[in-house]
Design a protein around this ligand. Structure first.
Ligand SMILES: [Ca+2]
Ligand SMILES: [Ca+2]
Ligand SMILES: [Ca+2]
Ligand SMILES: [Ca+2]
Length: 337
């Protein structure tokens, strides 16, 4: 066991011991910053965004600005991630706080998109397509904090753990949320809550970085918010894209091992099914060779990953510790601590 893995085990023990000793149930929502990926533009190579992604104003040939947030976007999201681009809808994804952007047609309201600039980084997206990056820009974050992402609504089938990855620093030092990057969660259910992980004083150098946050125990009706601050009175902050991943789980029948029965489930669901129990290991509502690769990696594993354990049925503390350690050990290698 490497030193790093030992540290992860210790971390798991600490995390789970604190959960066991708290008065809260295991359903308590949490957001944890899990790492920064520095100066990388090839998301396919990183294995990022295998569950979902949103890239605004992607691959524009000429410079454009003040466009709608869904103009020329690349969006691939499962139904449990609700993006709403209608700025007048109550569950709108992007903040209207910047008001009407009226610098000639087209008129847009609130957060806008821009791109096509030759000095911004080019991306390789999770699907392998390449092109110039764009950004969403929120003028209400000019040395002020604003919920640029007002709401990404979580729906049924939301997995109990998932990663949100926020892409910044792709805009040649324009629009960076240097002073604040906060991943938040909130809810309309049960009186609501507000959990957040806030990063300040980010270091940027003009080449793309990705900040990854893990969301735990969010349920349908909860939603994601993202808060930015440029640290400059004249600069609206933004981000170059969002990606989502889950801790893949190939124990489709939820018994105590990952074996041939799970393979048969995947085989039956291949190209047809959309749910975890039909063989969708990464919760992107598509059952394909990627899901098979997760089964191959986990074949022979004798305990189910915690990621799939929606409710913990009165286990012993020792069992919980083992499950927590296992889930950390099998998390994707690209999630840097
Ligand atoms: Ca950078
Ligand atoms: Ca199984
Ligand atoms: Ca089995
Ligand atoms: Ca899948």
């Amino acid at each position: 066991m490497t030193q790093i893995r030992f540290k992860e085990l210790v971390k798991a023990v600490v995390v789970f011991a604190s959960l066991v000793s708290s008065n809260h149930t295991f359903a308590q929502q949490a957001i944890t910053f899990v790492g920064q990926t520095v100066d990388q533009t090839d998301f396919l190579a990183l294995g990022f965004g295998q569950t979902a992604y949103y890239f605004p104003q992607f691959g524009a040939n000429n410079a454009v600005t003040e466009r709608a947030t869904n103009d020329n976007m690349r969006l691939s999201v499962p139904s449990w991630l609700g993006f709403q681009f209608d700025i007048s809808a109550p569950d709108r994804t992007f903040s209207p706080d910047a008001g009407l952007i009226d610098l000639g047609p087209p008129l847009v309201f609130g957060v806008y998109s821009e791109g096509g600039k030759s000095d911004w980084d080019s991306f390789t997206l999770p699907d392998g397509s390449t092109g110039r990056s764009g950004s969403v820009v929120d003028l209400a974050t000019s040395d002020n904090s604003n919920n640029t992402v007002n709401r990404i609504q979580l729906g049924s089938n939301v997995p109990s753990s998932f990663f949100l990855r926020i892409v910044i620093d792709n805009t040649n030092l324009e629009h960076n949320p240097v002073s604040r990057l906060a991943a938040r969660g909130d809810s309309d259910n049960g009186g609501g809550f507000d959990v957040r992980e806030t990063l300040t004083n980010l270091t940027v150098n003009g080449t793309t970085d990705i900040y990854s946050f893990r969301y735990d125990n969010f349920v349908p009706g909860d939603f994601i918010k993202i808060q930015l601050n440029s640290g400059d009175l004249n600069i609206g902050a933004g981000f170059g894209g969002l990606m989502f991943d889950v801790i893949p789980d190939a124990n489709f029948d939820q018994d105590n091992d990952i074996d041939g029965a799970d393979f048969l489930t995947w085989q039956k669901g291949f190209g047809m099914g959309t749910t975890f129990s039909e063989g969708d290991a990464n919760y992107n509502e598509s059952i394909d060779s990627t899901d098979l690769s997760f089964w191959e990696a986990q074949f022979g594993t004798s305990l189910p990953p915690l990621a799939a354990t929606r409710s913990v049925p009165e286990p012993s503390i020792a069992t919980l510790l083992a499950l927590g350690a296992l889930s950390l050990l099998i998390k994707p290698k690209h999630v840097t601590a």
